[in-house]
Design a protein around this ligand. Structure first.
Ligand code: AMP
Length: 115
C-alpha cells in the first residue's frame, strides 16, 4: 500500500521526478540523487515496506526480482567487473528512506569492510 509520506512512493507515483533507468510492474530503478560512485542506482519495489524486517513470505519473489533487476542494470551500466548491491536496514546501518531499496554501486574500486 502506498504511503503518501514516503519519498520513494512519491517518486513511484511521479509526484517527485527522478532520473529513471528502469520500470516494470513490480519495481523501478533510478539514479541516486547523491551518488557515492560513478554508477549509483536505486532499485525499489512499487509495494511500500520499510525493510526486510517487514517483509512477508509473499514478498520473497519480489525481493528476488529486485536482485535480478539490479544485476541487469549492472550489465547495462558496464559495472559487472565488480559492483555492490547494498540494502541498508535500520537507522544504525545508515538507512534514511524507509521504503526498501537496493543500492547498485559500481565504477570504482570497492573496499571491504564497508564503513
Ligand atoms: P539509504 O540511506 O540506504 O536509506 O538510502 C537512501 C538513498 O536515497 C540515499 O542514497 C539518497 O541519496 C537517496 N535519495 C533520497 N532522495 C532521493 C531522490 N529524491 N532521488 C534520488 N535519490 C534519493
Amino acid at each position: 500500500m502506498e504511503d503518501e509520506t514516503c519519498i520513494f512512493c512519491r517518486i513511484i507515483s511521479g509526484e517527485i521526478p527522478s532520473k529513471t533507468v528502469y520500470t516494470d510492474t513490480q519495481c523501478i530503478g533510478f539514479r541516486d540523487v547523491n551518488p557515492q560512485a560513478p554508477v549509483h542506482l536505486l532499485v525499489i519495489p512499487r509495494k511500500h515496506f520499510a525493510s526486510p524486517l517487514e517483509a512477508e513470505e509473499a514478498d520473497e519473489k519480489l525481493i528476488g526480482h529486485l536482485h535480478r533487476v539490479a544485476a541487469e542494470l549492472a550489465r547495462q551500466h558496464h559495472i559487472t567487473e565488480g559492483f555492490r548491491i547494498v540494502l541498508n536496514t535500520g537507522p544504525g546501518s545508515g538507512q534514511t528512506v524507509f521504503h526498501l531499496h537496493l543500492h547498485v554501486l559500481g565504477g570504482r574500486p570497492m573496499r571491504w569492510p564497508p564503513g
